[in-house]
Design a protein. Structure first.
Length: 355
């Protein structure tokens, strides 16, 4: 078989075109002078004056604005190429996740924000360098793990923001009463009762909440972001102010008549108010109790205990005097105002979406 003299030259052209990043074949040959002037089949060429340039094709308009390409003489699978690609994407402000199973993936797995290695068929070096190891080697597990992690982080931020806001409100109420020359609103036994619902009950209620429908559509949190960011601080301030509004006015109005009734008003305002204010921080406030029963059960239980302790003779075990109808109306009004302020503040600051 005779070799054609142009074969080596054609091979060199293909190698040169591959290095330049474009395909070279018969369609990319340089056209003749007649072809450049007239094009094929007598039509004007694409770049000739006889043919006006039209709008770009749709496929060209839909190209992404950011593109990354790894060029290395050893090939795109080389460890240095993958590591440089991860660093380049991070330098552009992207959050990078890398999946791999071989030893050549170890540098990229270690440099990525999230390194995911295969547990069954992955190399030991890849598993040691990764942050997460998939035991079933199934990519859908990655999506489920990311969704679960985002939900846990979001609900934990809500629980911490509510807890710190409630603590701040408790300090404000105590200091305001002492500054007015009145007895402290809550005795030690009352604070124990409040802490049971405020700490244990609220934590369980928030953590048991399902994920928001749009949780996976949000961009990932940038690396190095503080846990108590601006939305969390705004939620703390909102809870502190609104819970103070729910408790302090009723106590101040009744403190001069009967300290026991004033403390009962404070306990009622706190237990019922803090459950309803926490309700405004939920990702889905209108969620059915069948989907998530922990939060409604906690809120109903806190309100029921508050009613029993402040409106029945059972409250005398906690050194509380039963409230009459007028006092209950005052406390209910302050709770309604506090819940309205919490709802308006949450919507204005978009707390359910930003937390």
């Amino acid at each position: 078989m005779l070799r054609r003299p142009a074969a080596p030259r054609r091979c060199r052209r293909r190698r040169h075109a591959a290095r330049r990043g474009r395909r070279h074949d018969r369609r990319h040959r340089r056209p003749s002078r007649h072809g450049r002037r007239r094009g094929r089949r007598g039509r004007p060429a694409r770049g000739s004056p006889g043919r006006p340039r039209g709008p770009p094709r749709r496929r060209h308009r839909r190209r992404p604005r950011v593109a990354a390409r790894a060029r290395h003489r050893r090939g795109p699978g080389h460890p240095a190429v993958k590591h440089r690609l991860v660093r380049a994407l991070q330098a552009s402000g992207h959050t990078v996740a890398v999946t791999g199973d071989g030893a050549n993936d170890a540098p990229a797995l270690a440099a990525a924000d999230v390194g995911i290695a295969m547990g069954r068929r992955g190399a030991d070096l890849a598993r040691a360098a990764a942050d997460i190891v998939l035991t079933d080697d199934a990519y859908p597990t990655v999506v489920a793990a990311v969704a679960t992690g985002r939900n846990i982080g979001a609900q934990l931020r809500r629980a911490v923001a509510f807890y710190l806001g409630a603590k701040l409100a408790l300090v404000i109420v105590l200091l305001a009463a002492l500054a007015a020359g009145l007895p402290v609103p809550f005795a030690p036994v009352h604070i124990v009762l409040l802490e049971i619902f405020m700490d244990l009950g609220a934590s369980v209620a928030f953590v048991a909440e399902p994920a928001a429908p749009h949780a996976m559509r949000r961009p990932p949190r940038p690396a190095g972001t503080r846990f108590l960011d601006r939305p969390a601080l705004a939620a703390i301030a909102t809870v502190a102010v609104t819970l103070t509004v729910a408790v302090l006015p009723g106590y101040l109005l009744l403190a001069h008549d009967s300290p026991a009734m004033a403390r009962a008003a404070g306990v009622l305002g706190w237990l019922a108010g803090h459950a309803l204010i926490a309700w405004t921080l939920r990702t889905q406030p209108g969620l059915s109790w069948r989907t998530s029963a922990a939060f409604p059960v906690w809120a109903v239980t806190a309100t029921f205990v508050a009613v029993v302790a402040t409106l029945t003779p059972a409250g005398r075990l906690l050194h509380l005097a039963p409230l009459n109808g007028r006092d209950v109306a005052v406390v209910a009004l302050t709770i309604a105002i506090a819940v309205g302020l919490a709802t308006a503040g949450g919507r204005a600051l978009r707390l359910p979406d930003r937390l």
